[in-house]
Design a protein. Structure first.
Length: 211
């Protein structure tokens, strides 16, 4: 049981990281599309690249979490490893199998992006003009994360006890970064317009206020 506890605990921590990476991407680039204009004004190329990096890395984490239990003879720490290699009561196993089936359904939509473009550079895909891989219906990534949370809760509750939140370390840091950028842009715009403006009120007349 001690080995199982360590496996489940470490797997849960990996799920926290996967959720954190996605939340950084989502908060920076998906929650408020109007932020795109701010990023273009501050550092267009940097934020364009950062968006692609976080998006690809999120998909990579989602596929890593749902990889087979082993690859080329090496064990992987994944949903499939927990399901196949640990011992579960019948009812718990059924619940885990159901959640894992839903996770694998989403994985099927993104795994080619991981195999052919993110973790490797498939020449046929690169030169075919086939377009971006890894597309999926809007909102299905949130269902994946919800299913992953349920899988984690089932495993953690049985082996260690109680649920385990995978969004526990998510903070408002991404929003804080955007607000800091907005304030710097507002300050530049305001003081260029009125060099004698009062600092305490500089943001009140800008479209960037409240972004």
């Amino acid at each position: 049981m001690a080995v199982s506890r360590e496996i489940v605990r470490t797997f849960c921590e990996d799920c926290v990281w996967a959720r954190t990476v996605f939340d950084h991407y989502h908060k920076l680039f998906e929650v408020r599309p109007a932020r795109k204009e701010l990023y273009e004004k501050v550092a267009n190329c940097f934020f364009h690249d950062l968006r692609d990096i976080l998006h690809a890395y999120s998909l990579l984490q989602f596929t890593k979490i749902t990889d087979p239990d082993a690859t080329s003879g090496h064990d992987n720490l994944t949903t499939n490893y927990l399901l196949k290699r640990l011992t579960w009561p019948a009812g718990v196993r059924i619940a885990l199998e159901q959640k894992n089936a839903e996770l694998m359904a989403f994985r099927a939509l993104i795994v080619d992006a991981r195999r052919k473009l993110i973790a490797h550079s498939d020449q046929r895909i690169r030169f075919s003009g086939a377009g971006a891989l890894g597309s999926f219906p809007a909102g299905s990534e949130f269902k994946f994360l919800s299913d992953l949370q349920e899988f984690v809760n089932i495993a953690h509750n049985h082996v260690i006890g109680g649920p385990f939140r995978i969004d526990v370390v998510v903070t408002g840091d991404a929003d804080d970064v955007v607000r800091a950028l907005a304030k710097s842009v507002v300050a530049d715009e305001y003081f260029q317009h009125d060099p004698h403006a009062v600092w305490a009120n500089f943001f009140l007349d800008s479209k960037w206020f409240g972004i």
